[in-house]
Design a protein around this ligand. Structure first.
Ligand code: PMP
Ligand code: GLN
Length: 386
């Protein structure tokens, strides 16, 4: 194995899901819903499979899907992208992230990301031979994770090539505030840096969030320097489909396409018309998704609080983080490894998403994208810890 990949072992998600299977624990580790997405979408996929949409689709994705992606971004975010040249379909957001970094970074270029960061960021940065510059999100007195503006400013320098911004943020559930976004944009403009935005949780922002979801590309001077990434997995509860996309100005998207051709060439043909159908669902679908998930959030937050955790209430995503110290835990990895045996639940230690594990030493993440009865069962088991 090449040196640059040696630091990366099995992903924590695979490790923890395997642990859940082995122990029969309730799996609140890896984030995937336990119900299927909209029936219209599933029917469209079945129909496409039956009616001969089974050969290589076009490289950037089928026209109907690119048109639907453009229409969806116009409808929700007032962003205009030309389906012909400014949108590329990818194998999930994961490929979009990798292809964007590989397309934009020379070896030695610096990529600013916010830790705890989604694990594929570090690996994609390493594959490109680039260097990550993490800025740490820390829980403030109000329980919200916050960016230190001075730390963010100090991270920018002559080698900064791009900022990788994930909002709503996995694993913290943070939604970046207007001030934080404005500072990111200001620094990108000042340092002539690109932005790659991971917005896979764009539709999961809860009613009590300090700010609504605002794509960074909508800020002044940002559209021309931003690659905006999303995916069907979270919005349409089909994480196994791996249909994602990247939108941006023509020169950047064409650079991504150049790389993408040789990573996967094209993506799952019969799933593309189905995702096009899903993206065109009425607004009520998206509102119901959010409201349903918010109820689950509230259920799990209450359960974790009862069980004795210090809980950081998430404003978005389908994850909640908690400090295990009030339960006598000193280390999240140890805590999560023993949790199935202690009470039959699986969670993910978030320290593995920090360059400085000390910053997240005692933090663990639970996923609440599960049926209410599953959450009830999990909460009942977690009470055994008290
Ligand atoms: N980014 C973030 C922040 C995620 O949480 C996920 C899914 N876990 C992804 C990217 C990957 O998305 P996909 O499954 O579409 O590749
Ligand atoms: N995005 C999901 C999570 O954060 C799953 C990631 C994965 O399995 N690679 O749990």
């Amino acid at each position: 194995l090449v040196a640059r990949m040696r630091p990366f072992g099995t992903t924590i998600f695979a490790e923890m899901s395997a642990l859940a299977v082995r122990t029969g624990a309730v799996n609140l580790g890896q984030g995937f819903p336990d119900t299927d997405g909209p029936p219209e979408m599933l029917a469209a996929a079945a129909e496409a499979l039956r009616t001969g949409h089974n050969q290589y689709p076009p490289g950037p994705g089928i026209a109907a899907l690119r048109a639907a992606i453009a229409a969806h971004q116009r409808r929700f975010w007032n962003l205009e992208y030309d389906p012909d040249g400014e949108i590329v379909v990818t194998a999930g957001a994961t490929e979009a992230i990798a292809a964007s970094i590989l397309a934009l970074c020379e070896p030695g270029d610096e990529v600013i990301c916010f830790e705890p960061y989604y694990d594929s960021y570090a690996a994609s940065i390493a594959l490109a031979g680039a260097v990550r510059r993490p800025v740490t999100l820390r829980p403030a007195a109000d329980g919200r994770y916050a960016v230190d503006p001075a730390e963010l400013r100090a991270a920018f320098g002559p080698r900064t090539r791009l900022v990788l911004l994930n909002s709503p943020h996995n694993p913290t559930g943070k939604v970046f505030t207007a001030d934080e976004l404005a500072l990111v944009a200001e620094l990108c403009r000042e340092h002539d840096a690109y932005a790659v935005t991971d917005e896979v949780y764009e539709h999961l922002v809860y009613i009590d969030a300090a700010a609504p979801h605002v794509p960074l590309a909508t800020l002044p001077g940002m559209r021309e320097r931003t690659l905006r990434i999303s995916s069907a997995g979270k919005t349409f509860s089909c994480t196994g489909w791996k249909v994602g996309w990247v939108s941006g100005p023509r020169p950047l998207v064409s650079a991504v396409l150049r790389v993408k051709q040789f990573l996967t060439f094209v993506n799952a043909g019969p799933l593309q018309p189905a995702v096009a159908v899903a993206l065109a669902l009425p607004d009520a679908y998206f509102a119901d998704l959010r409201d349903g998930m918010q109820q689950r959030r509230d259920q799990l937050v209450a359960g974790l609080t009862d069980a004795g955790f210090r809980v950081f209430v998430p404003e978005g995503t389908y994850f909640v983080t908690a400090d295990v110290a009030p339960l006598g835990g000193r280390d999240g990895v140890e805590f999560c490894r023993s949790l199935p045996e202690r009470c039959g639940v699986v969670a993910v230690p978030t320290q593995v998403f920090y360059d400085d594990p000390e910053a997240g030493r005692r933090l663990v993440r639970f996923a609440f994208c599960k049926r209410p009865e599953v959450l009830t069962e999990a909460v009942g088991r977690l009470r055994l810890l008290a």
